[in-house]
Design a protein around this ligand. Structure first.
Ligand code: NDP
Length: 332
C-alpha cells in the first residue's frame, strides 16, 4: 500500500456525489452511483469502486448515458416486473425497482425483474444482497461486451458475464457469491496490469493466442471462461438470461451499439427473487443454518462473501491507489 492514500468512506461518498453532480447527473442519479461506488470500496471490491469512476464519467461526457435517468417499472404480470432504465446507469434502476421486486416475491413466492436499456459497470452483489436482507433468495446476471473466448475458441464472444446469488441467513450477513464467468473479472486483470502483478494460469490468452500470465498481454488477447466448457456454458446462459430473456442486447450486439468511450455498454440485467418461507416452509432458516454450520466447520472452507463482509466490519477508512485518487479528484 506504499502508493495508496487513506480516505474515509464518508469522504468517498461525498467526493463521488459531487463529481457526478458536476459531470451531468441530477441528485438521484449521482447519489445512486455514489452508493454503489462507496459500497464497493467499503467491501474491498476495488475493481468496481473508484476504479470505475473514469469510465462512468466518460460515458456521461460522451452523451451515451443519461445522468437524469428516471427509470420506470411496470408489472407485466403480478410476478414479472420490467424496468426501463431510461438510458441511465443500472444503480438508479436498482434503487427504484429492487424494493418493488422484493415486495412482489414476498407476496407471490417468486418474482423476476428485467431491467432494459441500462449501463452496468459494477459488482452484482448489491442487488442480490439487498434481496437476501429481505429474507429472499436472490439471483442476478448481466452481459457485457465480448472479451471471453467460448470453450474451444481463441476469439472473444461472451462478455465477462457476472452471476450472483445470495442466500438469507438468520441474524447474520447473507451468504453471497458474485463472480465473473471469466476466470477473472476484467477489472481485476486491469488492476494487476496497473500494479505489475503476474496472473495465475488459465486467466487468458495473450496477443499471439497462447496461454499467458501477463495481464498486459491478456488485455491485448482474450480472457477465458472459468472451468473450461462448464463455465463457458454458464456464460452462454448468462447471455440468454440477460439478453434473450430481457429482450436486450447480447454482448456482441452491445459491442456493435457502443461508442467505446471507456464506459459500460448498454444492455439488460435479469434479477430473480424467491421466498423460501413460501417455497420451502417455515423451518427453512434452521434447516439451512444446519447446512451452513456443517459446511463452515470443514477445515479450509470459508463461505463466499465472508471476505467482503469482514472488510465491511473494519474501520471507516480505505486505502486508494494514489494515481487513481488524483485522477478521480480531477473530475471535481
Ligand atoms: P472473485 O473470483 O474474486 O470471487 C468470486 C466469488 O467467490 C466471490 O463471491 C468470493 O467471495 C468467492 N470466493 C473467493 N475466494 C473464495 C474462497 N476461497 N472460498 C469461498 N468463496 C470464495 O470475483 P471475480 O473476479 O470473478 O469478480 C469480481 C467482481 O466483478 C464481481 O463482483 C462481479 O460482479 C464483477 N463483474 C462485473 C461485471 C459487469 O459487467 N458489471 C462483469 C464482470 C465482473 P468474497 O467476495 O467474499 O471473496
Amino acid at each position: 500500500m506504499k502508493n495508496d492514500n487513506k480516505i474515509s468512506l464518508n469522504e468517498i461518498k461525498e467526493l463521488v456525489t459531487n463529481i457526478f453532480l458536476k459531470q451531468g447527473c441530477n441528485q438521484e442519479n449521482a447519489s445512486a452511483l455514489a452508493n454503489t461506488i462507496t459500497k464497493a470500496e467499503e467491501d474491498g471490491s476495488s475493481s468496481h469502486g473508484l476504479f470505475r469512476l473514469p469510465g462512468y464519467v466518460a460515458s456521461l461526457k460522451s452523451g451515451k448515458v443519461n445522468g437524469h435517468a428516471s427509470p420506470k417499472v411496470i408489472n407485466k404480470t403480478p410476478v414479472i416486473l420490467k424496468c426501463d432504465a431510461d438510458n441511465g446507469f443500472a444503480s438508479t434502476s436498482h434503487e427504484v425497482a429492487l424494493p418493488l421486486l422484493a415486495e412482489s416475491a414476498k407476496k407471490n413466492g417468486i418474482s423476476v425483474l428485467s431491467i432494459t436499456g441500462c449501463y452496468h459497470f459494477a459488482a452484482l452483489w448489491p442487488e442480490t444482497e439487498f434481496l437476501a436482507k429481505n429474507n429472499l433468495v436472490g439471483f442476478a446476471c448481466t452481459a457485457f461486451k465480448p472479451s471471453v473466448a467460448p470453450a474451444g475458441a481463441k476469439e472473444p464472444f461472451f462478455g465477462t458475464n457476472p452471476i450472483s446469488m445470495a442466500w438469507p441467513k438468520k441474524n447474520d450477513h447473507p451468504v453471497v457469491f458474485d463472480m465473473a464467468t471469466a476466470t477473472m473479472a476484467k477489472g481485476e486483470v486491469m488492476i494487476a496490469a496497473r500494479d505489475g502483478h503476474m496472473l495465475p494460469d488459465g486467466v487468458g490468452l495473450g496477443e499471439n493466442g497462447q496461454p499467458s500470465n501477463d495481464p498486459k498481454d491478456i488485455l491485448k488477447g482474450v480472457l477465458l471462461p472459468f472451468g473450461g466448457y462448464k463455465g463457458s456454458a454458464i456464460s452462454m446462459m448468462v447471455e440468454l438470461f440477460a439478453a434473450g430473456l430481457t429482450g436486450d442486447a447480447f454482448s456482441y450486439e452491445a459491442q456493435e451499439n457502443d461508442n467505446n468511450d471507456g464506459g459500460p455498454p448498454k444492455g439488460g440485467e435479469f434479477i430473480m427473487a424467491m421466498n423460501p418461507e413460501i417455497i420451502a416452509g417455515s423451518n427453512w432458516e434452521e434447516h439451512c443454518d444446519g447446512f451452513f454450520q456443517k459446511l463452515s466447520a470443514i477445515k479450509g472452507v470459508r463461505l463466499p462473501g465472508s471476505r467482503r463482509h469482514k472488510n465491511r466490519n473494519s474501520d471507516q477508512y480505505r486505502f486508494i491507489n494514489e494515481e487513481l485518487l488524483i485522477k478521480v479528484k480531477s473530475y471535481l
